[in-house]
Design a protein around this ligand. Structure first.
Ligand code: FES
Length: 159
């Protein structure tokens, strides 16, 4: 049976149909995300970079605001993300880290964003650790913070 596009719909029926179009859109959003902005309130020295191995994380607290922040080592680079899920406020950074798949034809798998996809421990919403962008909704994201390794070899988050 041939698929048809409902009247008034902008859903494209290619590959997996509407699912494919939604994923395409999500990846465009992730790819276009801007780097995080510093808020110029100071810095948090997290720990020596060697203490967070690739694929691991450390959760710290901004003492000025009480905000909890997760610092992740993604393939040797460090990224900081707010430890609060925009859905219902779960401690997002306690979730698991995965890859995902790009849209593709049936029986073809295109893994991507390996080690970058953080899944909320409560209801499974997924976010790109590098950009903070949600994978499911162009209008949803979680705050990110500039993060770098200083001359002493410590991971520093700008807040
Ligand atoms: S609180 Fe994170 S998905 Fe619901």
């Amino acid at each position: 049976m041939e698929k048809t596009v409902p009247a008034g719909s902008d859903i494209r029926l290619e590959g997996y149909g509407s699912e494919n179009a939604a994923l395409d859109h999500a990846f465009r959003i992730v790819d276009a995300a801007l780097p995080p902005k510093a808020r110029n309130r100071g810095q948090i020295v997290v720990c020596a970079a060697s203490e967070i191995a690739p694929g691991e994380k450390r959760v710290v607290q901004d003492e000025q605001t009480g905000v909890s922040i997760g610092v992740f080592n993604v393939a040797g680079e460090f990224f900081a993300i707010k430890n609060v899920c925009p859905h219902l406020g779960a401690p997002l950074c306690l979730g698991s880290v995965h890859a995902t798949h790009r849209p593709s034809p049936v029986f073809e798998f295109r893994p991507d964003l390996d080690g970058r996809v953080l899944r909320c421990p409560w209801h499974g919403w997924e976010f790109d650790i590098v950009t903070g962008k949600a994978l499911y909704d162009a209008n949803s994201r979680v705050a990110t913070y500039p993060c770098a390794v200083n001359d002493l070899g410590d991971v520093v988050v700008s807040v």
